[in-house]
Write a protein that binds this ligand. Structure first.
Ligand SMILES: Cc1cc2nc3c(=O)[nH]c(=O)nc-3n(C[C@H](O)[C@H](O)[C@H](O)COP(=O)(O)OP(=O)(O)OC[C@H]3O[C@@H](n4cnc5c(N)ncnc54)[C@H](O)[C@@H]3O)c2cc1C
Length: 427
């Protein structure tokens, strides 16, 4: 434990980044007040990784993060790296399970991550370094004569530093309802309009209803105004409203922005990446030798689930009543074409309720580098998803929360010596 700075640091938001910031600032010797509107801290964390909490990822290539200021994202992730996050949680008692680079607590329970954080907060609270204020909603944040006044219904808290860690608007049932954007704007910051990301996509095609419930591995290509924007591979889940599943989630942040700008978005699914159109055509022609008397979806048994075969046949213009014997080579070519380019016109992203994160937020250009301190208001710090950084699925959003939370906590407490220890740790 460091020498006490006696600086009063108010952390607004007891999510991933706020818990990290509060623990770090208290360990650095500040007197911390942690304010959370929910009855307990860490509600969203409990839902992460399907209840298992994919808390970081060994592959920290920058391409997994998106922001308008990637240089600072890189610096932040270097200053408190994936290795630092792993060491932090190991110190708190977490045994890490590595699933192909995706890191989870060995217990398989997100509650383990939440509980070790809560226990550490309680320990620091016992040492009078953290005061916990739960069930307490912050209504306004002002700064007068170098002192922040954080107003709640029953009390106005005062401090020399404030860390805004209120999250985004994604998954509002967990408490993050976008209040942080309002506080930041009132204090003089800009906010890049937040939009839902890591979420499903609404499609126009009427046959989406038939496909609901089907899951299929595919290469997902997003085209914006006809031009390829990005591709992702993985299991696509067809839903009554359109498309879902991790590869769809990954491209959704681009769709959100493109649709907002009035652009046209299409998703092409390659449902058989191992074969070219020509190879598939030959395969379907060859399959005719033993499927001659079969009709409709029976012809594609063993290749696709029945509902998917039904839609593919219909889109290829092949009647379900036509027996395989009656198919022409052109029918096979049409069907192969559909399998390789199964297209959907996208008209929306699912809303904040279903989104895991938001794209947009407070621009990193308005920060004083890795200190996470505002360049507009001295003593104001930011952490987590409230900032203009969104990560891909795979532990990247939590890594951002840990890294930014750690740095905000350290600097708000007034201690920069972390730089040396963190650099040493990364060597
Ligand atoms: C279903 C789901 C699954 C996810 N799975 C993963 C995963 O496996 N891996 C991963 O890396 N990421 C995952 N994420 C994303 C990740 O959870 C978030 O990016 C991360 O939790 C953001 O942390 P944060 O501290 O910025 O915000 P939050 O965790 O949202 O915390 C913000 C806190 O601030 C509080 N607050 C807000 N306004 C006020 C106010 N006015 N007064 C007081 N308190 C306030 C809120 O109640 C909330 O507790 C998932 C998200 C969801 C929704």
């Amino acid at each position: 434990m460091k020498k006490r700075s006696l600086k009063r640091v108010i952390v607004i938001g007891g999510g991933a980044s706020g818990l990290m910031a509060a623990i770090t600032a208290a360990r650095e010797g500040a007197k911390v007040i942690l304010i959370e509107k929910n009855r307990q801290a860490g509600k969203k964390l409990l839902a992460t990784g399907n209840g298992k909490c994919n808390f970081t990822n060994r592959d920290q290539h920058l391409s997994h993060y998106r922001s308008d200021h990637m240089e600072l994202v890189e610096e932040v992730l270097k200053a408190f790296s994936m290795e630092s996050a792993v060491a932090f949680f190991e110190d708190l008692g977490i045994l890490v399970k590595d699933r192909c680079g995706y890191l989870y607590p060995n217990s398989g329970q997100a509650s383990s991550i939440v509980n070790v954080l809560r226990l550490e907060v309680h320990r620091l609270s016992g040492a009078h370094l953290i005061k916990e204020a739960y069930n307490t909603e912050v209504l306004a944040v002002d700064r007068q004569d170098g002192v922040f006044k954080v107003r709640t219904e029953g009390w106005t808290y005062e401090g020399e530093a404030v860390i805004l860690a209120c999250g985004s608007e994604a998954a509002p049932k967990t408490g993050s309802t976008g209040d942080g954007y309002r506080f930041a704007e009132n204090l003089g910051h800009h906010v890049i309009p937040p939009l839902p990301a890591l979420t499903g996509l609404y499609a126009y095609e009427n046959d989406r209803g038939t496909l609901a419930g089907v899951r299929m591995d595919a290469m997902v290509t997003l085209r914006i105004n006809g031009k390829i924007c990005t591709t992702e591979e993985g299991e696509v889940q067809f839903a009554s409203y359109g498309l879902s599943g991790i590869p769809v989630f990954q491209v959704s942040r681009y769709v959100s922005r493109a649709l907002k700008a009035g652009s046209r978005c299409e998703i092409d699914l390659d449902l058989c990446t191992a074969y070219s159109v020509q190879e598939l055509t030959q395969l379907l022609i060859k399959k005719g030798q033993y499927t001659r008397e079969r009709r409709g979806t029976d012809i594609m048994l063993g290749i696709f689930p029945e509902k998917l075969s039904q839609v593919l046949l219909s889109r290829a213009g092949i009647s379900e009543r036509k027996s395989r014997r009656e198919w022409t080579d052109e029918d096979c070519r049409q069907l192969a074409g559909q399998i390789k380019k199964f297209s959907f016109h996208i008209f929306g992203c699912r809303g904040y309720e279903q989104a895991q994160v938001c794209t947009g937020g407070v621009p990193l250009t308005e920060l004083k580098g890795v200190s996470m301190e505002s360049a507009v208001v001295p003593g104001l710090y930011f952490a987590g998803e409230l900032l203009d950084v969104d990560g891909a699925c795979g532990g990247y959003n939590l890594q951002w929360a840990w890294s930014s939370g750690f740095l905000a906590g350290t600097h708000a407490a007034g201690n920069e010596s972390y730089l040396f220890s963190s650099l040493a740790h990364n060597l």
